[in-house]
Design a protein around this ligand. Structure first.
Ligand SMILES: N[C@H](CCC[C@H](N)C(=O)O)C(=O)O
Length: 295
């Protein structure tokens, strides 16, 4: 099947964009994996499909598949690329679009400086909705925020202590490290991602606090491995830092792929405040690829 696609990236988190507004491609998980494959396909962290909205007041639907072929609920960097894509493809003339994903509605907006701001909605702290199975675990209570030691199989080093388990529509487990460059991201990231206490697996964030307005972040993503940036992961890390009293409301998140600016006016008494993320969204190239039919 010959498929036309657009390759995009947001802070180095890269995507294959598919326009399904006129017809569904009905791809299989194996075909999504093929598109994401950096040797046999196009190469991407996620495949993002644009579909017509079915609900009034919603402009588009947005379907996200990780490189492993699994469908997921949210993708922050992808949301920024999404709005640039629908504008460049002439699918809308709006600067702000309302987009429905598996986890709800988000609103990416094109900014005059070329960056894109996304209202990512409010973080979700209810562990059952992350989901996280806390049965038998006793958190180390810190203020009103719990720290969760997470025993990892076969690891000699001490169990990492998660300072935050929350959902940005997709699941995140955040820990604080002294130096992201020496943190065991590739060793413990996969063990956290697939840990049995996360029934739908999890994105594992490693956050280094530089100042009250700057962090460095690496994320071992569910279904994609370590990416150059993770938008929803940046939101989760900043929310965690603010809740612990380590960060102010506006934080620059330095990732290997670029800088994301996150703002959250939430806190212990305003947890329902939305998280705003601003960052780049770039079109790399457009092309077509022949996707094998039986994958
Ligand atoms: N791997 C993530 C999806 C993409 C998240 C990331 N690309 C972002 O920018 O939010 C998950 O399985 O939830």
């Amino acid at each position: 099947m010959l498929i036309r696609f657009t390759k995009m990236q947001g802070a180095g988190n890269d995507f294959v964009m598919l326009d399904e507004t006129r017809e569904r491609l009905n791809l299989t998980p194996g075909q999504y994996r093929f598109l994401a494959d950096r040797h046999f396909g196009v190469g991407a962290d996620q495949i993002l499909s644009v579909r017509p909205a079915l609900d009034p007041g919603i402009d588009f639907e947005y379907v996200i598949h990780n490189a492993d072929g699994g469908e997921v609920e949210q993708c922050g960097n992808g949301a920024r690329c999404f709005v640039r894509f629908v504008r460049e493809q002439g699918l809308t003339d709006k600067d702000t679009v309302r987009v429905k994903t598996l986890s709800g509605v988000i609103e990416p907006s094109l900014q005059p400086d070329g960056r894109v701001t996304v209202d990512m909605g409010a973080p979700i702290f209810d562990l059952a909705r992350v989901p996280f199975d806390a049965a038998g675990l006793t958190p180390q209570a810190v203020n009103s925020w719990s720290k969760w030691p997470l025993a990892l199989a076969g690891q000699a080093q001490a169990a990492p202590v998660l300072i935050a388990i929350l959902s940005m529509g997709n699941p995140h487990a955040v820990q604080r490290v002294d130096d992201v460059e020496t943190a065991p991201v590739l060793e413990t990231g996969p063990l956290i991602e697939g840990h049995a206490r996360f029934p739908r697996r999890v994105n594992a964030g490693f956050m280094q606090v530089v100042s009250r307005s700057q962090i460095r972040l690496r994320v071992y993503e569910r279904g994609a491995g370590e990416t150059l940036a993770c938008g929803s992961g940046a939101c989760a890390a900043v929310v965690a830092g603010i809740r612990l009293g380590l960060l102010d409301a506006r934080v620059d998140v330095l990732t290997h792929g670029g800088t994301l600016s996150i703002e959250w006016q939430g806190g212990l008494d305003a947890a329902a405040a939305p998280v705003l993320m601003t960052g780049p969204a770039t079109t790399v190239f457009e092309a077509s690829i022949n996707v094998p039919d039986h994958l």
